[in-house]
Design a binder for this molecule. Sequence first.
Ligand code: ADP
Ligand code: MG
Length: 265
Amino acid sequence: MGDLGEVVGAPAAEGHKDIFQQNKMPLLELRDIHKTYHLGGETIRALDGVSLDIDSGEFISIIGPSGSGKSTLMHIIGCLDSPTSGTINLDGVMIHNASARQLASIRNKKIGFVFQFFNLLPKLTVRQNVELPMIYSGFSSKERRERAMNALESVDMEDRSKHRPSQLSGGQQQRTAIARALVNNPKIIFADEPTGNLDSNTGERILQMFDKLHTEGKTVMLVTHDPDIAAVTPRRIEIRDGKIANEIDPKLSGQTPRFNIGTNN
Ligand code: ADP
Ligand code: MG
């Protein structure tokens, strides 16, 4: 047995703290995450031992066929759901057994979501939709309006702020949803099949927008079954039957990208 006291440079209690601060932790650290559903006597292992680190500023895609566990993974990392077992550290906070109320608060401050079907509230204007995540933020109505308009400007939607979602194209609805995801300045943005309901050109514009957010320093995770979409991100993680695949399937590696977003060619 080695004498721990003689480990080279073994720091005093004070020194420990410094070492941990120097070794920057990843933004997200998942260890052996399982999510099991029991349905009609059947056990479904939606996630079956997922471990993953994501650093601040990464642009990453989660790719895999339908039913492989992508959305389940995104919901768990995004504080919409909790794992059956395993640990998750998000931005220094262990979230795997947080209460629903704690998760809601973390989600509101740290996470932005973009969904395939936009999920805008039809009775609210574009600006009101973007203001929604700020309801509990303590901002005055004037501040909320200003921040919403800034977010809308960043997605070139400031001239549609008074429209209702039904008066917008699909691409404009998705840009509004991106503005809503950005407005609380989240640590990470999740986009689940964000171009799934858009034509190819409009989809490309939306992917360019995520790329721009990434170059501005945001952490962005795209969830997709489409290799051409995964091809736009520098890092890709393939998930199959609830597990992370060791090697990405060459067929999924997007050799001939359909989307031109600037950084992949
Ligand atoms: P993906 O997003 O990759 O298409 P999901 O994460 O939605 O896959 O689903 C993974 C697996 O878990 C699928 O077999 C799905 O049927 C199952 N599943 C997802 N949600 C539930 C649920 N609430 N109850 C039971 N099974 C579920
Ligand atoms: Mg899904």
